[in-house]
Design a protein around this ligand. Structure first.
Ligand code: CUA
Length: 316
């Protein structure tokens, strides 16, 4: 039996072996027990045994049905623990990429400071162990790459504790789905991203290209760079199209109908309104939209940069 979807990471064999071991034992037990039960129904039916007989205990049988399952669960424990220890032991030479999860975005931060959002995904070199500290900005998320057999909760850090972590080593180039596997609110499904596994040469070229592009954007339009890194464009377009939230285009200086505490009123979109929409997004909701945006923790300077970028997106 081979249902393997290809060996994409160093964990596949261990995880798949444990899975098929348990699956096979379960099937054998199901067939064996059900088969014996059906056999007994006929063999010991009233028709075949008109007079009931008394059954005494059987020490030999009891030893067998205690010893065999004990051996089976020890087998499962051995292979499970072996895989688990490997998945929790990060190799010394691993490359660190910080993972931040929030409602409802991912952020991947590289050792050189490069940041990638949900849409851009996580790009890694092949055959390189990647250490991923997992930080949550709000609720519990789960970092899940099915093809790599990696699934780890991203838990908000209680005081005095450490962030959770995971690691993997991709052994096949390609694009793989990355999900959030913990229901984390209305737009949980939006936390769908990709892991791009490149050859080492392609990765180095990609990293250099992305880094210089990001530096250029940060100096030319820090507001746009920030909105990009925070994943804001997943909900707010720059071209006037309506996605989950209002478009940024032509927003500044516009009259909007907003709902405040259930009452409609007209407001002018100015600096103060944009600032409030970032820090307290659910206070005045633009009519026709859902109050789902979480507050964005940003500094005063960052708010000024964001407003400057929104001002640039004027209606033609
Ligand atoms: Cu994050 Cu579901």
């Amino acid at each position: 039996m081979n249902i393997n979807t290809g060996i994409a990471s160093v964990f596949n064999q261990d995880v798949d072996f444990s899975f098929f071991l348990i699956f096979t034992i379960s099937i054998l037990c199901l067939v064996g027990i059900t088969g014996f039960m059906i056999f007994s129904i006929f063999k010991y039916s009233k028709k075949n045994n008109p007079t009931p007989s008394n059954l005494e205990g059987h020490t030999g049988l009891e030893i067998i049905w205690t010893v065999i399952p004990t051996i089976l669960v020890m087998f499962i424990f051995y292979f499970g623990a072996k895989g688990f220890i490997k998945m929790r032991t990060v190799p010394e030479n691993a490359m660190e990429i910080k993972v931040d999860a929030g409602m409802w975005w991912w952020k991947f931060t590289y050792p050189n400071g490069l940041e990638q959002n949900t849409e851009q995904g996580l790009t890694v070199p092949v055959s390189t162990p990647i250490y991923l500290p997992l930080h949550s900005a709000d609720v519990i998320h789960s970092f899940y790459v099915p093809a790599f057999r990696v699934k780890m909760d991203v838990v908000p850090k209680p005081l005095g504790t450490k962030d959770n972590y995971t690691w993997f080593e991709a052994i096949q180039e390609g694009d793989y789905d990355l999900f959030c596997a913990e229901y984390c609110g209305q737009n949980h499904a939006q936390m769908l991203s990709k892991v791009h596994v490149l050859s080492k040469i392609d990765y180095d070229a990609w990293l250099a290209g992305q880094t210089s592009e990001q530096k250029k954007l940060q100096s030319e339009s820090p507001g746009k760079a920030l909105l990009l890194s925070k994943g804001c464009f997943a909900c707010h377009s720059s071209d006037g199209s309506k996605i989950i939230g209002p478009s940024f285009k032509g927003l500044f200086g516009k009259m909007e109908t907003v709902v405040t505490n259930g009452e409609e009123r007209n407001i002018l979109v100015d600096e103060a309104y944009i600032k409030q929409s970032i820090l307290e997004p659910s206070k005045d909701i633009v009519k026709g939209f859902q109050p789902i945006m979480p507050p964005l923790p940003v500094s005063e300077q960052e708010i000024i940069d964001i407003i400057a970028h929104i001002k640039e997106l004027v209606e033609e």
